[in-house]
Design a protein around this ligand. Sequence first.
Ligand code: CO
Length: 147
Amino acid sequence: MLKKIDHLGIAVRSLDEAVPYYEKALGLKCEHREEVPSQKVRTAFFTIGEVHLELLEPTDPESPIARFLEKNPNGGVHHIAFGTDDISAQLGKASQAGVKLIHEKPFDGAAGKLVAFLHPRSTFGVLTEFCMPQPGSGSHANAQPTT
Ligand code: CO
């Protein structure tokens, strides 16, 4: 089942430009940076309560985030991620309900999590991610940054 809103994904042109806004204007602390080759992005994480903010900067013109920024040049909210304790069951349930899946099978996302996305055409325009800690991995705070 879904347990919580795990994070909001926010597309930015440049982490180096956006991170100071979150740190200086909002007073949050960047806890973790990581490159995610599967999604061709660099990420920076902040935490508010139990919810994370995942800033996403494209590393390649073919990145889904680069395409999002073509339509939203200032950046913007890109996706909402629900934390689940059984990502495969959650994908199956959505699929059975007629939702189009972008990923039939979960894959390695940021922060040591398995992730998969639902198609926004089936989710009333909200790109929706399911995420679950990898079996055997620690929490996001313990994940080893790759950059
Ligand atoms: Co995400």
